[in-house]
Design a protein around this ligand. Sequence first.
Ligand code: FNR
Length: 214
Amino acid sequence: MMRGIIHRPHQGIKVTIKRMKTNPVKILAFAGSTRKASFNKKLVQFAVAGAEAAGAQVTYIDLADYPLPVYDGDLEEAQGLPENALKLKKLFSDHQGLLIATPEYNSGYPGGLKNMIDWVSRKADPDEAPLACFKGKIASLMSTSPGALGGLRGLHQLREVLLNIHVLVLTKMHALPRAMQEFDVAGKLKNLDTEKIIKGLGAQTVQMIQNLGT
Ligand code: FNR
């Protein structure tokens, strides 16, 4: 809420007005692939565009910029959380929503993505509430792969894991098959209906955050 005072000398009065200052919804977006030419990195950009069109402020990150060792309790005990895990924890904490596009490897979502979730779920200090940086986040999920199922099986597994760590995963998600045919050389989706669906995932995330006031 911002309070402003407007001087109107010709009226000889002061008019006080209240102006609502609404903070934009903040969303963190990333792909579960670290590959440079990842189809999922391309896909999530459309959800980002949908969220931005709905008024959100979106932070897109590339997990390749946050390499992490394989989670090991002994390593954590000896050295604490790696710097990249701390950076990611802060990013999760600072955003209300998540947009995640993930590949499927051998019928499941990638181990690197699970490893990242595992590190981020750990407490940075003993007083931190359990799963603090996941709790209450609103997420929309999507996937794409060159195969016929588009990564749908991995998507369901990711959904289950996120729900268990108190992320509210929205019902509507999308698996896009035949990725090789769906994107043009510039990385744009060829099918306008698909583009609308993926942008819609971004928009639904913003709307739900606004509706719930999280
Ligand atoms: C795959 N791929 C794959 N695709 C799929 O639809 N179902 C699957 O089970 C698998 N399994 C699988 C295992 C491993 C180890 C690799 C490397 C790949 C193919 C995968 O979908 C394809 O490489 C995508 O292009 C990966 O996503 P990005 O990196 O393009 O986002």
